[in-house]
Design a protein around this ligand. Structure first.
Ligand SMILES: Cc1cc2nc3c(=O)[nH]c(=O)nc-3n(C[C@H](O)[C@H](O)[C@H](O)COP(=O)(O)O)c2cc1C
Length: 319
């Protein structure tokens, strides 16, 4: 499949493996890139580990991959060091999405790194395009991980006609039907997170979480923190129930933040814990088709083949 995203990144399939905090390790990233998509690493472990991770990816693949800088945007020293490493190591592209990323775009452009920004609304999408980003990811509230309020469908309707750079759709896309729908809506590619949690090479996804995800139904999908402007989607747990009770009771945001501190890391490393209070297993709303663990390359191939089949049949709808 050839789109502006495959051309931009030099990949076979227009599919990105979304960055996943504390989970996107070099083995997963390289498996996705070797499979014809684009794997994306996270910077959660800080600059020194980032350098080791990039070098490990290069041992495993000579294909393009990206780094997500969200975590590294938090404090100035880390940010500068992380940016320097990404540029010096000639990482092909970055994705970033924490707030307004316009100041960082020229830094990467000057360093020869392609910049893909994750946006939750049209106004920011237009500003980011004007600032020189190479592509956009529009991520709907159906997605696993940190979320905004607009759905993927609304974002595709609103943003795609307003920008000229390639757009990658994310949030609730887990199979070829979702991919075909996004392409018909005008997206140039898709990003999936949840589906890749079940990649064989996703070793950092705790075995308890794998089991929980395989058993999940859409009833289990919930979010925490959206009422305080910091939403995160995943599977219902004693933690999410407690969090909702506290939100309804109007507990101050500092107390909620304290409850959720280190949640992503704890759940990734230990699962939700015996009492279920470590947090939530982050994943998107489209859990129905997530029924097996399989190699990343197989995920990429089957999703693209399903999408191609559907797109081939689409003209039949016209009678
Ligand atoms: C466990 C998990 C952790 C995530 N962490 C990040 C992150 O650190 N940075 C980021 O930009 N997106 C993050 N995301 C979002 C994904 O990159 C991707 O956009 C999203 O999963 C797409 O929706 P889907 O889960 O329905 O496929 C995360 C998603 C999951 C499931």
């Amino acid at each position: 499949m050839k789109t502006r995203v495959t051309e931009l990144l030099g990949i076979q399939y227009p599919i990105l493996q979304g960055a996943m905090a504390w989970i996107s390790r070099p083995e997963l990233v390289a498996a996705v890139s070797n499979g014809g998509g684009a794997g994306i690493l996270t910077t959660n472990w800080g600059p020194e580990q980032l350098l080791r991770d990039i070098r490990r990816i290069r041992e495993l693949t000579d294909k393009p991959f990206g780094v997500n800088t969200n975590h590294g945007l938090r404090n100035v020293e880390d940010r500068e060091e992380i940016f320097r490493i990404i540029i010096e190591e000639k990482v092909p592209f970055v994705t970033m999405g924490a707030g307004d990323q316009r100041p960082y775009i020229p830094v990467f452009r000057a360093g020869g790194v392609k910049t893909i920004c994750i946006v939750p609304k049209t106004r920011l999408a237009k500003r980011i395009e004007a600032a020189g980003a190479d592509a956009l990811i529009i991520e709907g509230t159906e997605a696993g991980g940190r979320i905004g309020t607009l759905t993927t469908m609304a974002l595709m309707s609103n943003v795609i006609p307003e920008v000229t750079i390639p757009v990658i759709a994310a949030g609730g896309i887990v199979d070829g039907r979702g991919m075909a729908a996004a392409m018909v809506m005008g997206a140039d590619g898709i990003q999936m997170g949840s589906r890749f949690l079940l990649a064989e090479e996703c070793h950092a996804f705790h075995p308890d979480n794998v089991k929980r995800l395989l058993e999940a139904t859409d009833d289990d999908s919930t979010e925490v923190g959206l009422s305080r402007g910091k939403g995160m989607r995943g599977l219902r747990s004693p933690f999410s129930e407690r969090y909702h009770e506290m939100e309804i009771a109007g507990v101050p945001v500092e107390e909620l933040n304290a409850l959720a501190a280190e949640m992503s890391r704890k759940v990734a490393e230990e699962g939700i814990g015996a009492d279920g209070m470590n947090g939530i297993v982050q994943c998107g709303q489209s859990v129905g088709p997530l029924k097996k663990v399989q190699p990343a390359a197989e995920i990429l191939r089957t999703v693209t083949e399903e999408a191609a089949e559907i797109l081939k049949k689409a003209p039949g709808l016209l009678g």
